[in-house]
Design a protein around this ligand. Structure first.
Ligand code: AOF
Ligand code: ZN
Length: 380
């Protein structure tokens, strides 16, 4: 209750500016390393009849530093004095590689801070707001918190659960199949949803597929949107028995795009050496004592420890099923194409109707002849 009294109430214009700050933050989504992509807008109202105007904008820099507030304050200069800062995450309170943003906001004379998502990082977690209030700044927290959290889901999940945020994406034929066993890469969706998929790839730290998919499709697993070649996430191949060979595309391009194979320690050492020589790195995994398959929670924990906050799981019915069964999916994307595959097809582990019953629908779109559905699966 004390805390509530210390905060100042939301104002009518707050949601509009916070929404803009969230959109601004999205520019660097997936490109800020282990740091969340945060947006900051500095807004002042000189009460001269012109209404509030934006005098500074900032987004967490590529790689994670400097933080968003620094850029926005630099752009605003003296105009920051007496202004309101809209920040999509609670400003930080710790001396890391940069001084605390809360301190910088106070020093610049910001009169009011409106923040969205709470920061679970133990070094912040309420201390940023406290530092601002102690410095005489009015604070209005949790404005559009859910919307802001959605943009940094991976970061939040890594902090709260010690594993990366998981998005599972499945392309389904009209009759609910995801491909044909032994049939190679089957085209299910059209070009518009395919470019959306590449955009989704760019927003994740890593793409994960099973060895089966890798062997069947020999995929590139990169972001092929024009001008976005450098946005390709790392590739993770779940290959416990090391079946991937050095001749495959992922291995041949491992020098350009970080490529990791999750494999049992018992995997063939010669093949391992050949892949390593091609630039592939390895992450050791253990078997689930019951199923004999890769123990996913342990693997995800290890991947989080390497700094991976978000993973897009893209391939293989078995892999998809394992993630769903283990309740490890935070976001589910289902894209349905117009054609049927027929009885020879591999049945999807989940379809749109089942997903609608189980999860909350976040977004629904039509891309060419395809339908695109996004569900939120967890408590996040
Ligand atoms: C902010 N603004 O733009 C971001 C913040 O390693 P450091 O020193 O950069 O600190 C990382 C932490 O900073 C990260 O875990 C999160 O708590 C916060 N990120 N904070 O005020 C920003 N990206
Ligand atoms: Zn900061």
């Amino acid at each position: 209750a004390n805390e509530a009294r210390a905060f100042s109430p939301e104002r009518p214009e707050d949601r509009r500016f916070m929404a803009a700050a969230i959109r601004f933050a999205a520019r660097h989504a997936g490109r800020t390393g282990t740091n969340p992509a945060v947006g900051t807008l500095i807004v002042r109202d000189d009460r001269d009849g012109r209404g509030p105007r934006i005098v500074g904008r900032g987004v967490t820099a590529l790689g994670g530093r400097p933080h968003a507030e620094a850029g926005a304050l630099a752009e605003a200069g003296d105009l920051a004095r007496g202004a309101t800062a809209y920040v999509t995450l609670e400003p930080c309170a710790h001396h890391g590689r940069t001084p605390p943003c809360a301190e910088a906001l106070v020093a610049a004379g910001i009169a009011r801070v409106v923040s969205a998502a709470a920061d679970p990082d133990m070094r912040v977690d309420g201390k940023g707001h406290a530092m601002l209030i102690a410095g005489g700044v009015e604070v209005t927290p949790r404005v559009m918190a859910a919307e802001a959290a959605r943009g940094i889901e991976g970061y939040l999940t890594r902090h709260r659960r010690g594993r990366p945020g998981i998005t599972l994406k499945l392309a389904l034929s009209r009759d609910g199949r995801i491909g044909i066993r032994g049939g190679g890469q089957v085209k299910i969706t059209g070009p518009v949803s395919d470019s959306q998929t590449h955009l989704v790839r760019a927003r994740h730290d890593a793409i994960l597929v099973g060895a089966g998919t890798a062997l069947e499709d020999d995929p590139r697993l990169d972001c092929r949107l024009p001008g976005m070649a450098d946005r390709s996430p790392a590739r993770i191949i779940l290959d416990p028995n090391l079946r991937v060979s050095p001749e495959m595309t992922v291995a041949k391009t491992a020098r350009n795009v970080s490529t990791m194979i999750a494999t049992f320690e018992t995997a063939d050492p010669e093949r391992r050496a050949a892949l390593a020589a091609a630039g592939v790195s390895f992450i050791a995994c253990v078997a689930d004592p019951e199923t004999g398959r890769v123990a996913l929670p342990e693997l995800l924990e290890d991947l989080a420890a390497t700094g991976i906050s978000s993973i897009l799981v893209e391939g293989g019915a078995m892999i998809a099923e394992s993630f769903l069964q283990a309740d490890l999916v935070d976001r589910l994307i289902l894209v349905t194409g117009p054609e049927a595959i027929g009885a020879a097809g591999i049945a999807a582990p989940i379809d749109v109707d089942a997903a609608r019953r189980r999860y909350a629908l976040l977004r629904q779109d039509v891309f060419g002849a395809d339908a695109w559905y996004e569900f939120s699966c967890g408590a996040a």
